[in-house]
Design a protein around this ligand. Structure first.
Ligand code: ARG
Length: 254
């Protein structure tokens, strides 16, 4: 090889190394995500790492925006205040779009459907959702600030039909059910299934009847249209090219 072409090869190699490192570099800053990670398969701990559907969707969005994803695990009912104040860019936590929340934050387009179900212990007198509105005066466990908590409060406690106990973590609600402190739990179906499976020896079952069907979306600060447009564009592309469905199918098998 002539000396001159050797020099060229070295220069080209250098250019390529520089180009690659520029690609790997996150140029668009940090995308901070608030979540509550006792909600498998949407967000949960695998060792020290938070993993799950929402984490993969957020990472795919961050990748599209050239941003570095930073995840913070906080109480579920702190997510909306944290997004409202601008402490976090996005709230991604299997969060249901509701009219009340729309007064506080804006939501992206929906990326998944959630179904509220009821978990009981085998042999429970509660055999369908309707039993919760009967005269059993049951104690219902929910995660604080969730739609399950709101429904149970509005439909059951406020009507004098039962009591609502709320827990910071879904896993605390499961413990309470296992130890008979509560009669049932209202929870989203995929986490309900995952938690029932994780406690296979506890004899927990999910009732066939559904309490409510909901849409999950990403919460963002009201009026931050620049972020909303970017996130929605990225999310729409990920829905259109099948990435979101692939992530859902990876974690939810039935
Ligand atoms: N979908 C329900 C809601 O929006 C429950 C979400 C709970 N999410 C969580 N990561 N703990 O209220």
């Amino acid at each position: 090889m002539k000396k001159f072409s050797k020099v060229l090869v070295v220069i080209m190699a250098l250019v390529m190394v520089l180009a690659f490192s520029a690609c790997g570099e996150k140029t668009g800053g940090t995308l901070s995500m608030a979540t509550e990670a006792t909600f498998p398969p949407y967000e949960y701990y695998d060792g020290d790492a938070i993993v799950g559907i929402d984490v993969e969707i957020a990472q795919a969005i961050a990748d599209k925006l050239g941003m570095k994803l930073e995840i913070t695990d906080i109480a579920f009912d702190s997510i909306i205040p944290g997004v409202q104040s601008g402490k976090y860019d996005i709230g991604l936590a299997g969060m249901t779009v509701t009219d009340e929340r729309l007064l506080e934050v804006d939501f992206s387009n929906s990326y998944a459907t959630g179904v509220q179900v009821v978990i009981v212990k085998e042999g429970s007198p509660i055999t369908s959702v309707d039993d919760l509105f009967g005269d059993g005066n049951y104690t219902i466990g929910t995660q604080t600030g969730t739609t399950g908590f709101l429904y149970a409060t509005w439909d059951i406690a406020d009507e004098g039909l039962g009591t609502v106990n709320s827990y910071a973590k879904t896993t605390d609600a499961i413990e309470a059910l296992k130890t008979d402190k509560i009669d049932c739990i209202i929870l989203d179906s995929a986490p309900a299934q995952a938690l029932v499976e994780a406690n296979a020896d506890a004899g927990l079952i999910i009732l066939d009847t559904e309490y409510a069907v909901e849409d999950y979306a990403i919460a963002m600060q009201k009026g931050n249209t620049e972020l909303q447009e970017k996130v929605n564009k990225a999310l729409d592309e990920l829905i259109a090219d099948g990435t979101v469905q692939k992530i859902l199918d990876k974690y939810i098998t039935d």
